[in-house]
Design a protein. Sequence first.
Length: 230
Amino acid sequence: MNLPKLSKRLRCAANFVRQGAYIADVGTDHAYLPIVLLAEGRICGGVASDINEGPIERARVNIREQGMSELLNAKQCDGLSDLRDDHPEDILILGMGGELIARILSDAPWTKTPSIRLILQPMTHPEVLRTFLLREGYSIVDEVLVKDEKIYQIICAEYTGIPPRKPYNELELLLGREPLRRGGELTDELLLHWRGVLSVRLAGKKSAGADTSEEETLLTQIGEYQNDHS
């Protein structure tokens, strides 16, 4: 069996994995990520988990066919609920909603350990996930954007117990402080996307007589950022 090919999104997330780490791939995609990283010599081993039986059965087959059963394991469990005893050093939670990722981490307070690295890719509500991380004492080490048909945000965080020196504003919670600091084509494209989404949402709320302060604040911050970086 040939090695699976990682998507740009998975490869970008994999770049945050530390050399020699033991990883947990939560919500695994057929265990492709740990299989490739082990074959490349990037990790010493890992555990792939999923709440559903189907992906775990496929993961076990793939691991076995690659001859990696001694170094990679697959477990059916909800989030991180059965992974503490595996002692993962780098935890990847990719392709889930930001609210779900926050819930998974909230249910696993043992991840509040400086030696553990979190590599997260929220599909929705990144602002909810960042708010949770910062409130709970995780520091956002770095963030990147990657385009793989659509633009994905990848967040790397570690527990320090220290709040950021400067609180995040609403736009930084939505798009990430580091992508905004670095700028570039993907940041500009994502800003344009959110400007459109927020404008439509604002118009709908105004028609319904609902509170529009959230949309107005974000649109103002987007405008200020674009003016400062034009």
